[in-house]
Design a protein around this ligand. Structure first.
Ligand code: S6P
Ligand code: ZN
Length: 190
């Protein structure tokens, strides 16, 4: 038997990055301690205030083995030192879980890092583009534009979030704002 239409259809408000009647988590600058390479710039920015950096409204239709979940993300534009505002980044607890990121509005990039090899890619995330995040891949999103970045992340229900691996060792690369655009730089070299 199929669920009622309300459980099959969601409607977004892209200006507020909300989905009517659904939970939304918010991450502020203070939630991102340890993510940026310039700790002094981070603390100086935090001393000025604790702005909203991103929010995610989630839809979790069911916990079944074949179910899919999705989240509407809004990542605000901003900088800490020469790094763009970013998400915490994570691996999926169930490592084989892949994910699609669908760009809806604004301009961003995704940092992808293969857990086993460290192989790294910087991939644009923008309207009319879909980024495929393979399984076993740490992923972080940066707003590299001037407007809020809106996107959808679609992932297996059983994916889960492993934040602790990133919290312990961070990504091996940073993405720096350079005059010519976002530049991928080894963390040790920066
Ligand atoms: C979930 C998916 C996204 C992120 C969102 C926030 O698998 O990748 O919905 O949760 O982009 O990022 P983070 O790293 O704070 O979860
Ligand atoms: Zn994910």
């Amino acid at each position: 038997m199929l669920p009622p239409i309300d459980a099959l259809l969601s409607r977004f408000d892209l200006d507020s990055a909300t989905i009517a009647g659904r939970p939304r988590i918010e991450r502020r600058l203070s939630d991102l301690r340890g993510c940026f390479r310039d700790a002094a710039a981070f603390e100086a920015a935090l001393a000025e205030g604790n702005p909203l950096v991103y929010a995610v409204a989630s839809i979790e239709p069911g916990p079944g083995e074949g179910d899919l979940h999705y989240g509407l993300g809004m990542l605000m534009p901003g900088r800490v030192g020469d790094e763009y505002w970013m998400t915490k980044g994570h691996l999926h607890s169930w490592r084989p879980a892949a994910e699609f990121y669908v760009g809806l509005r604004g301009a961003g990039h995704m940092l992808l890092e293969d857990e086993a090899t460290g192989d790294t890619r910087l991939v644009p995330l923008e309207a009319n583009g879909v980024v495929y995040v393979p399984g076993h891949t740490a992923h972080r999103t940066m707003n590299t534009g001037a407007e809020p970045l809106l996107y959808l992340g679609i992932y297996p229900a059983r994916a889960g979030h492993d934040y602790s691996t990133i919290a312990k060792k961070n990504f091996a690369h940073c993405v720096l704002a350079r005059p010519e655009g976002p530049a991928l730089v080894a963390r040790t070299a920066s």
